[in-house]
Design a binder for this molecule. Structure first.
Ligand code: PMP
Ligand code: GLN
Length: 380
């Protein structure tokens, strides 16, 4: 069989979760909370299941949910997208990213990706017949070098992908970045794909610079969100995409033949939850900031060096004081020999920086889980 994706193996998240369970390791690898979604949300799903919402939802998502998303977007970002023409509910951010790429990327097109990047971007581009052009972020701060981005743009560039707060580093784009980006894309027909799944997990009083705040950027953008991150339910796989009517129309051509629609009962539940408890997403930053601070404090008792975490729910650690193994070998060793599962950074890169000794730990966990991990990490 001639493979269509020669560079792709099994995703690192599946590999490391499997290894963690084989070895009984505390799993701080794959990013998911080990606590329950809000009880109103659970009750609402149960009610939806029992009240007959068990057949296909409308292809674009149920109207009540799209309206709730529109109102929430206006409340948070000061812009109200049209619920009918500009919002599509998807099976997670992963489906939205795949659809957006397939909606616009043609054979031979180029897509600029900032490395390290979430691992589903490249395969989507390749399957669409496109080519990812990788531009490295700063190896320590993970800030973009817009001059290098400019140099990577050429006549075949069809799309540019950004992700803030950033997985794996937690780095966030600033208002100045957004202004530079707008200037960079002005007078081009490049489509922007903005992965904002950690939009509500921001710390230290910072503001998430959503593309939806910026008229010039949102006119050319697919903006992708995930309820999995915001509502502690990564296993439900529900997200959405906001884009102007023409871009949404193309997006929906792919979505309708990819999945057609997504899980109906949860759509009813999110419609209720978004409107009834805005404090859930408003307080999410503070909720995770406490976890971040406690975890970082504890890491000071280990020989792992924590890097700054402006947003998201991942802590990068420099392990060079502990080991000279490369990051893949180190994370396997840490899982098997020390019972703590972490994610290496190399799989997020086309070309990992030589000698980089960084691993990613997820702190979206109960204190007991993090305590158990720390007591093992202290022995390193
Ligand atoms: N983008 C980023 C940056 C992510 O971290 C994730 C999941 N962790 C996704 C997209 C996919 O989100 P979903 O689970 O909603 O498909
Ligand atoms: N996005 C999650 C992470 O970065 C993993 C999601 C997945 O396993 N596909 O850990």
């Amino acid at each position: 069989l001639q493979t269509k994706l020669p560079k792709v193996g099994t995703t690192i998240f599946a590999v490391m979760s499997q290894l963690a369970s084989e070895h009984g390791a505390v799993n701080l690898g794959q990013g998911f909370p080990d606590f329950a979604p809000p009880s109103r949300l659970l009750d609402a799903v149960e009610r939806a299941l029992r009240s007959g919402h068990n057949q296909y939802a409308p292809m674009t998502g149920i109207p009540a949910l799209r309206q709730a998303i529109a109102a929430k977007t206006e409340r948070v970002y000061g812009h109200r997208p049209d619920a009918d023409a500009e919002i599509t509910v998807t099976s997670g951010a992963t489906e939205a990213i795949f659809d957006a790429v397939h909606a616009v990327v043609r054979a031979g097109d180029e897509v600029v990706v900032l490395d390290p990047a979430y691992d589903c971007y490249d395969p989507a581009i390749e399957l669409a017949g496109g080519r990812a052009v990788h531009v490295p972020l700063d190896p320590r701060t993970f800030a973009p070098d817009w001059e290098r981005v400019r140099q990577a743009i050429g006549p075949r560039t069809r799309m540019l992908m950004i992700n803030s707060p950033h997985n794996p580093s937690g780095a966030m784009l600033t208002a100045a970045d957004m202004a530079t980006l707008a200037a960079l894309l002005r007078d081009t027909d490049i489509v922007l794909l903005s992965d904002e799944v950690y939009e509500h997990i921001v710390f230290d009083g910072a503001r998430h610079e959503s593309v939806l705040r910026y008229p010039e950027l949102r006119e050319r953008a697919y903006v992708v969100s995930s309820f999995g991150k915001t509502y502690h339910c990564t296993g439900w796989k529900i997200g959405y995409c906001v884009a102007p009517p023409a871009l949404s129309a193309e997006f929906r051509k792919v979505h309708q033949y990819n999945v057609f629609c997504t899980f109906n009962p949860a759509q009813h539940a999110f419609a209720e939850m978004i409107e009834a408890e805005p404090e859930h997403y408003e307080q999410l930053g503070a909720f995770y900031e406490e976890k971040r601070d406690r975890f970082r404090e504890q890491l000071l008792q280990t020989r792992l060096e924590p890097l700054p975490v402006p947003g998201g729910y991942f802590q990068l650690v420099d392990y060079s004081a502990v080991s000279d193994l490369d990051d893949n070998a180190f994370c396997r060793w840490l899982t098997i020999e020390h019972g703590v599962c972490a994610i290496p950074l190399s799989p997020f890169y086309d070309a990992p920086p030589p000698g980089q000794r960084l691993a990613r730990l997820c702190f979206a966990k109960n204190p007991e889980t993090l305590d158990a991990a720390i007591s093992r990490l202290q022995k390193l």
